[in-house]
Design a protein around this ligand. Structure first.
Ligand code: SF4
Length: 431
């Protein structure tokens, strides 16, 4: 390697160090690193010459990287958290639930957003989050709402067990904790609907506990940075340990959010923008040119296709609906009557499960099928329509609802698609 290459590397690492120092000493930030903390780190080996000497630590195995973190004389691993914070201070996303720079986070908003974001995109969650906080501005207000109201407000966001757990958690925080969220991972995990990831995210972001929540974005960044060859999900514990090496000594919540933002805006699944990444000097996958091959994953088994029928019955301007059983898939949600959803089911068998009503017109089969993909299986539904005479009574367990009030019903996306298909309405949004 020529003298010019070494000089360029030295200059580049020095600029990272300066950014890092700026992040730690950011004036007015209550969680900024104190100057003495930054100075202390410098004494532990942030000098330019040492950084150049350690450049090839990028070829360490993930386990060596963990060992290096435990040895304070390794500048590579020690400088990453500060480089990340410096980048975050300049490029953080502005999200409705995120506190402004220098302000304390509201645990209610952090919790609500984390539950909504499970399996759902930031873009889809935004309007739901705004609606929820406008109607229920704090956890006590949400804990006093009815579950039906919460489910109605949640309709369209999918994975409805989250809405039931959200309500149960709000009730528990209101009744058992006086409307104040517990501030440790352990106590948060005892609440309904809060698993290990969500507990770590709330503890870090809302309470600045020194813990790293690892979501899909962070898994991707870490597995590339350290070139983790082990496949997911088996590699999760190793990735968790490696991710923890990216926590700064202070501002744990910002460290976590920095990695989340890096994963969503720079270290994207396809074509990561490595030239803009604050960790690019140390990234093994980048050095190898193998970024997009990480994280390694065990191939997913796609579920078997299930088939069934849905029956869209109208009585004037009303629609026949029922509620699904409380437990199980789409528990408690509203649906039109339908058949079982079974692999390999014939249309004729599914149609035999049509509701029996007196004075019903002939069933008409709509052209085409409605498709929907659940986590564990894809579904295809044939849609039949029929008209009932005025004053036709709803069968047991079913009810007539005005079509105009359907937006207020807790309808899952698959049923929105079915109704739109049956009533020839504009297409329902896909999920
Ligand atoms: S250098 Fe590229 S692949 Fe590596 S962490 Fe940064 S964005 Fe991801």
């Amino acid at each position: 390697m020529g003298i010019w290459t070494w000089t360029l590397i030295a200059l580049r690492r020095e600029s990272h160090r300066l950014f890092a120092v700026m992040a730690g000493a950011r004036p007015g930030h209550p969680r900024s690193l104190a100057k003495k903390d930054v100075d202390a780190r410098d004494k532990r080996g942030h000098g330019v010459e040492r950084s150049v000497r350690c450049r090839y630590s990028g070829s360490m195995s993930p386990k060596s990287a963990l060992k290096a973190k435990s040895e304070p004389s390794q500048p590579e691993t020690a400088s990453r958290p500060l480089a990340l914070l410096a980048w975050y201070d300049r490029h953080r996303r502005h999200l409705p639930w995120r506190a402004a720079s220098g302000e304390a986070s509201d645990p209610y908003r952090v919790w609500l957003s984390e539950i909504m974001l499970q399996q759902t995109t930031v873009k889809a969650v935004g309007p739901y989050f705004e609606k929820f906080v406008a109607r229920w501005p704090d956890v006590t207000a949400l804990g006093q709402a009815s579950q039906d109201d919460v489910l109605r407000m949640w309709a369209g966001l999918g994975y409805y067990s989250r809405a039931r757990n959200l309500h149960a958690c709000a009730v528990a925080v209101t009744r058992e904790h006086g409307g104040v969220f517990p501030d440790t991972e352990e106590r948060l995990r005892a609440l309904p609907g809060i698993g290990p990831y969500t507990a770590a995210a709330i503890a870090a972001i809302a309470f600045d506990r020194r813990t790293m929540p690892v979501d899909g974005n962070i898994e991707r960044v870490v597995s590339r940075l350290f070139a983790v060859e082990e496949e997911l999900p088996q590699s999760k514990p190793l990735i968790q340990q490696l991710a923890a090496t990216l926590l700064a000594d202070a501002r744990a919540g910002d460290s976590a959010q920095a990695l989340m933002d890096l994963g969503s805006s720079i270290c994207t699944p396809k074509k990561p923008a490595c030239s803009l990444c604050p960790l690019n000097d140390d990234c093994i996958a980048r050095a190898q040119g193998t970024q997009e091959s990480f994280p390694r994953k065990t191939p997913k088994k796609s579920g078997t296709l299930r088939r069934g029928a849905a029956f869209v019955v109208t009585r004037g301007d009303e629609l026949l609906v029922r509620s699904r059983p409380e437990k199980g898939l789409l528990g408690g949600m509203t649906e039109v009557p339908g058949s079982d959803w079974l692999a390999g089911q014939e249309d004729a068998t599914a149609k035999q499960q049509a509701p029996a009503l007196k004075g019903l017109s002939r069933w008409q089969r709509r052209v085409g099928v409605v498709t929907h993909v659940f986590t564990h299986f894809p579904l295809e539904l044939v849609v039949y329509t029929a008209k009932a005479e005025a004053r036709t009574r709803a069968p047991a367990g079913m009810r007539w609802v005005p079509i105009a009030t359907l937006p207020g019903e807790a309808l899952p996306n698959v049923m929105r698609k079915v109704i739109a298909h049956g009533l020839r309405l504009p297409p329902a949004p896909s999920s």
